[in-house]
Design a protein around this ligand. Structure first.
Ligand code: AHR
Length: 501
């Protein structure tokens, strides 16, 4: 959390920080990924058999390395919209027997060469946890296949397919964007809430150890308030009489931001911050109205699709291969600041997506391109873990148009967008995105002590710069600062300052 004091453009900005003012533990799962059967994400992305860059399983080694470098704790799969008509059974067993199917979300053909076992093995190779999105109809068998150690049909099918030990997939989403008109299986909020609750009950009876994620919308819609009210209950009956359990652990929301102009683009993730604040209150309202006791852990938000994406410039049915600019990298910096500031409410967040499709990572036949947006993600994932610190930011505000327009009037858009963390080892990290296109800010930093400060900067010549193969202009520049006087945050930059408290 950050408090913001709006000052005149002519006044000196300041950031106040106190390493002992811890606010909330940051869930590592905010650095989650997402791989969908869409465009070149799976085929040609994480899985590329026959390519010399792939291992014996057909997994791209350079992608594995990048996911490890990013220390991605959890990856969502197999969609997205793709999951609406997916049957997991098509994607298990001998590859030559797997049926090719028409794919209705992105209007392609699914060979099913890559499926549950291939994905789960990939997760184990990376050292990340899987998170499955399901559709109603096929879910029970899928959970049994993945998690059961009993002598039952689907658990035995898994054994027959070469995997004795259960995978113990913990996170399962009750559908994806079920409110969307593009969705095969679109539902009214009433139908969804009823169905989701029934399926949640059955799934938890089958495997009480799983965590279920309710399908929300943007977090600020009637759909969200309705399904929360209907599904966040005190579910004592279905869980063996336990007084502390709930069927639902998290509520999923999705937002993509984008704008043609730099400032509306870079400040757009502030809408996600407002969405989180609203969703957290809707969760509390449902708990209060349904009399959920405090012994039932408060449900958190699963922001399982977020990123910069304009589907008109990078359409989904054409693979959504966005080319990200420095402006987009700064927007991603603001997105990540949002998750840090709001960490109290966030159980998981998944950048959409991890490879090739609206992604910071792009595979080519001969290598891996790191787009501009890779660098803020890497910096945050490496350093912004531990606890969120309370800070106060005094600076002036951008006052022009915003995207969406409702940002103006509901949340401020300061020139300096800031968050801070402290790690278990006592390292303080302060992330500052200066969204101003032409002005640097000489800023007073109060409470940073007097030692040497490590400085990591992401910036470039202009906000329009993109990284291309052979010329990756945007990266991380390292330097030192003696901690004395004012610190100058350069125009259109992300700066991370790190010191030992
Ligand atoms: O991430 C791309 C798509 O965007 C997902 O499939 C869908 O859930 C969302 O609309």
């Amino acid at each position: 959390m950050a408090t913001f004091t709006n000052i005149l453009e002519s006044e000196e900005p300041s950031i106040t920080i106190n390493p002992s003012h811890k606010l909330a533990k940051i869930n590592d799962n905010i650095y989650g990924g997402f791989t969908e059967h869409m465009g070149r994400c799976i085929y040609g992305g994480i899985y590329d058999p026959g390519n010399p860059l792939s291992d014996e399983n057909g997994y791209r080694k350079d992608v594995i390395e990048a996911m490890r470098e990013l220390n991605v704790p959890v990856v969502r799969y197999p969609g997205g919209n793709f999951v609406a008509t997916y049957h997991w059974l098509d994607g298990v067993g001998p590859k030559e027997k797997r049926p090719p199917r028409p794919e209705l979300a992105w209007l392609g053909l699914e060979t099913n060469e890559f499926g549950t076992d291939e994905f789960l093995k990939w997760c184990e190779t990376i050292g990340t946890e899987p998170y499955f999105a399901l559709n109603f109809g096929t879910a029970l068998g899928w959970v049994e296949y993945c998690n059961s150690s009993n002598n039952t049909y689907y658990a035995n099918l898994r054994r027959q397919n070469g995997r004795e030990k259960p995978y113990n997939v913990k996170y399962w989403a009750l559908g994806n964007e079920m409110w969307g008109p593009w969705q095969v299986g679109q539902m009214t909020k009433e139908d969804y809430a009823k169905k989701a609750y029934q399926w949640a009950k059955a799934l938890k009876l089958l495997d009480p150890s799983i965590e279920l994620i309710l399908c929300g919308e943007t977090g600020y819609s009637t759909w969200d308030s309705y399904v929360l009210k209907e599904c966040i209950k005190w579910d004592v009956h279905s869980l063996g009489g336990s007084m502390t359990a709930s069927l639902i652990s998290m509520h999923s929301i999705h937002i993509y931001t984008a704008a043609a102009e730099h400032l509306p683009n870079a400040t757009a993730p502030r809408s996600a911050e407002r969405a989180i604040e609203i969703t957290a209150r809707l969760i509390d309202l449902a708990r209060i109205e349904n009399g959920v006791p405090h012994t039932v852990p408060r449900q958190t938000i699963c922001f399982d699709e977020w990123n910069v994406w304009d589907p008109t410039r990078a359409p989904g049915d054409k693979g959504a291969e966005e080319k990200y600019t420095l402006s987009d990298a700064l927007a991603v910096g603001v997105w990540l600041n949002v998750f840090i500031r709001q960490s109290k409410y966030i159980g998981m967040a998944n950048i959409a997506q991890s490879v090739n499709v609206i992604s910071p990572l792009m595979t080519t036949k001969s290598g891996l391109l790191k787009q501009t947006t890779w660098w803020p993600l890497l910096l945050f994932s490496k350093y912004m873990r531990g606890y969120t610190l309370a800070i106060n930011v005094r600076c002036a505000e951008y006052l022009g148009p915003t995207e969406p327009a409702w940002i103006r009037g509901t949340i401020e858009t300061p020139w300096l967008d800031v968050s801070a963390t402290i790690s278990d080892e006592g390292w303080v990290s302060l992330a500052v995105v200066n969204v101003h296109e032409t002005r640097g800010f000489e800023t007073r930093l109060e409470g940073i002590g007097s030692g040497s400060v490590e400085v990591l900067t992401v910036t470039g010549q202009a906000v329009t710069v993109v990284n291309v193969e052979g010329k990756e202009e945007i990266g991380i520049k390292k330097s030192q600062w003696d901690g004395k006087g004012l610190f100058s945050f350069p125009k259109h930059s992300l700066t991370m300052l790190r010191w030992k408290a």
